[in-house]
Design a binder for this molecule. Structure first.
Ligand SMILES: O=c1ccn([C@@H]2O[C@H](COP(=O)(O)O)[C@@H](O)[C@H]2O)c(=O)[nH]1
Length: 235
């Protein structure tokens, strides 16, 4: 993977996303397309991003019965994106089905997209997890449990907060991805995120890739904000 800082393109349509991308003219980025933009623009926008040399994490967080996820992943594999994901809460049968679908749907001569599983959302606090999901364990135990299930199911990594990244690396291996959203520059607004970390702390805490949206997309100078994040991450 060339780029470890992933920019979340949380825009309502391609026009706004393209206005943002003009700040990075000529650069190959690693971008994340989520539900909002994908549901609005579909595969054509993914194709445009790939044609312009960007790496794409298609963040649709699939969570359904194994057969449905298998069939959906077969379709997503045909988009030749670099990474896709599911919710680990869907279970091991669902995660294995996701992987089979991706393998079968990957076009000849193309690399299978990396497949990762969301453990606990970075917008979830430990208190909320215990109260609403009735999980009477610590956040770290819950995330680690999901990471182990993902590894056992043949996935390439997980989405977690930086707080859990080191224990996941220890319980799996360095190549098992710890992709961490909830990234904020020092003193930045947390918005709806509950488990936030700066880029340099995420690196120290063993994240393998970071995902960051609003601190860059909402900045007066997005290219300068991105560069600040990359510099902190690489330090
Ligand atoms: O646990 C998760 C899983 C996914 N996300 C996504 O990452 C970005 C974060 O955006 P910010 O603006 O930097 O908060 C967003 O697209 C989420 O859907 C996450 O935050 N947490």
């Amino acid at each position: 993977m060339e780029n470890e800082v992933i920019i979340a393109l949380d825009f309502p349509n391609a026009s706004e996303a393209n206005d943002f991308l003009r700040h990075f003219h000529g650069q190959s980025l690693y971008v994340k397309v989520g539900m909002e933009l994908y549901y609005q623009e579909g595969a054509a926008f993914i194709q445009q991003l790939k044609n312009n040399g960007h790496q794409v994490f298609l963040d649709l967080k699939l969570h359904d019965i194994p057969n449905t996820v298998y069939r959906a992943m077969k379709v997503l594999a045909g988009l030749s994106v670099d990474m896709v994901n599911v919710h680990a809460a869907g279970g091991t049968d669902m995660m294995k089905a996701a992987r089979s679908g991706l393998e079968e749907g990957t076009l000849a001569g193309q690399t299978r997209p990396a497949l990762i599983a969301v453990t606990q959302l970075t917008s979830t606090s430990e208190e909320q997890m215990q109260r609403e999901q009735l999980i009477k364990r610590s956040m770290e135990e819950s995330v680690l449990h999901y990471a182990r299930l993902a590894k056992k199911s043949g996935l390439d990594g997980v989405v977690c907060s930086a707080f859990e990244a080191a224990s996941i690396e220890k319980a799996t291996d360095t190549s098992f991805l710890r992709v961490t959203p909830g990234i904020r520059l020092d003193g930045g607004k947390s918005d709806d995120q509950k488990r936030i970390v700066t880029p340099s702390n995420a690196r120290a805490m063993k994240s393998s890739m970071i995902v960051i949206g609003r601190p860059i997309t909402g900045a007066a100078d997005p290219a300068a904000a991105y560069q600040k994040v990359v510099t902190e991450w690489e330090r």
